[in-house]
Design a protein around this ligand. Structure first.
Ligand SMILES: NC(=O)c1ccc[n+]([C@@H]2O[C@H](COP(=O)([O-])OP(=O)(O)OC[C@H]3O[C@@H](n4cnc5c(N)ncnc54)[C@H](O)[C@@H]3O)[C@@H](O)[C@H]2O)c1
Length: 396
């Protein structure tokens, strides 16, 4: 029997906002979730106007405070099942905290919040209240990221000795923020973005990709946060040498000043038996290199267990997906859709009073968000000490 779609409330997304667009397509992609309400802009008048002009009918609110408060009085079938926070980083903590306390699950953009103290509060509250929480690390949602995770974590490449996880962009190679460009303006303002610009914005994606695929944590960092565009008050170039929890090493690097680089996120995992490479700009395949053999390129939808490298018992839930045949390309929006789909399953279980996973296997959770902030703060400390090795704190 078909189920009633989940109701999703947006926090942010009005007036030319960026990341709300792929999210709302992803929310609607299965017909089992829909946006029903929104607080789209900081100015209440504009927020209501934007909601009234939204491409499909939604209930507009002047602020997220109003939207969350109103929820308690709505009939059961109109209540929000989760909120999606797509505001700049300084407006993540408050709506996330208020939503959890009002019994609403949270899907929050990355980085989780502004600092480690806020991150600790969010972790503690989500645990105390047992509320599902997703942090939008988009690239985990590619099927090939799932396959990469399986390959590396099941030991098919041996022990991981080295990881190069990177995210290179070029859009901030000049002072775009000086033109008033909305996305550049808040990202280069430490009061709105947090202690690290480039690191918080895209270095956290590179860290998450490393952790997701390998299952390893960063234990110590030697960091260089640099401002390569003159007059910028926050890093636009972020280079971190890392020690990993298995004794291996890694480079987590991000840059916004590499002219011509668009969204060049990728990961190279070098194990004692072989190497895996994956890039999000070509997300439908990954490459495995084994000694003295031609490279093996695995394409989504055309993978055969028991092929001489993959064992016969590749997990059924990995192989059951995706349903769209190989060669019909999936991309960025599909990755978002997979995150919302997996989060929906946990929200439905939670609402039915059943155990839910939220364990980081299918999307980043609040502890992963905490790890992003711990990484940023540790890198800032290390960079201030000219790149001295600095240990990561332990999760609360
Ligand atoms: N997961 C990804 O791949 C990805 C990609 C881009 C951005 N992001 C993250 O998404 C978030 C938003 O980034 P963006 O580029 O879409 O920003 P944006 O500037 O394009 O949009 C932000 C929106 O939030 C609104 N807003 C600000 N304060 C508000 C408030 N108090 N109440 C309601 N609305 C408010 C703005 O008016 C705007 O509509 C950031 O945290 C960013 O790091 C993630």
């Amino acid at each position: 029997m078909s189920q009633k779609p989940l109701n999703v409330g947006l926090v942010g997304g009005g007036k030319g906002a960026f990341i709300v667009q792929p999210h709302q397509k992803a929310i609607h992609s299965d017909g089992t979730r829909r946006v029903t309400a929104a607080a789209l802009f900081p100015d209440p008048k504009v927020a209501l106007e934007e909601a009234a002009n939204w491409p499909y009918p939604i209930k507009g609110y002047g602020s997220y405070d109003e939207m969350i408060a109103a929820n308690a009085k709505l009939p059961a079938d109109e209540k929000l099942d989760y909120i999606l926070i797509v505001t700049p980083n300084f407006v993540h903590y408050d709506p996330a905290m208020k939503a959890m306390k009002a019994g609403i699950a949270v899907f929050c953009e990355k980085p989780l919040c502004m600092n480690l103290q806020e991150a600790e509060d969010l972790v503690k509250t989500s645990r105390q209240l047992n509320v599902p929480f997703c942090v939008a690390h988009t690239y985990l949602g590619h099927w090939t990221s799932r396959l990469s995770r399986y390959i590396v974590r099941s030991g098919l490449l041996g022990e991981v000795r080295w990881v190069d996880s990177y995210y290179l962009q070029g859009w901030l190679a000049t002072r775009l923020e000086a033109t008033g460009q909305m996305q550049a303006a808040w990202r280069t303002n430490p009061k709105l973005a947090g202690g690290s610009g480039c690191g918080g914005d895209i270095g956290t994606h590179a860290l998450m990709q490393l952790r997701y695929v390998t299952g390893l944590n960063v234990t110590d960092v030697a960091a260089h946060l640099e401002m390569l565009v003159e007059g910028r008050p926050i890093d636009d170039h972020f280079t971190i040498y890392c020690k990993l929890s298995n004794g291996g090493k890694a480079l987590v690097r991000a840059s916004q000043i590499c002219i011509g680089q668009k969204n060049n996120l990728g990961v190279l995992v070098a194990g004692t038996k072989g190497t895996l490479q994956w890039r999000q700009e070509n997300p439908e395949s990954l490459t495995i290199s084994l000694p003295n053999q031609p490279d093996r390129v695995y394409s989504r939808g055309a993978v055969t267990p028991g092929d001489g490298f993959l064992p016969k018992d590749v997990p059924a839930d990995l192989m059951a997906e995706p349903t769209i045949p190989a060669g019909h390309p999936e991309g960025f929006h599909d990755a978002f859709a997979r995150l919302h789909r997996c989060f929906e399953a946990d929200v439905r279980a939670w609402k039915a009073g059943k155990p839910f996973k939220c364990d980081g296997a299918k999307y980043a959770n609040v502890e992963d968000g905490w790890m992003g902030l711990a990484f940023i703060e540790t890198c800032i400390k290390s960079s201030a000490a000219q790149g001295a090795w600095t240990p990561m704190p332990k999760c609360v």
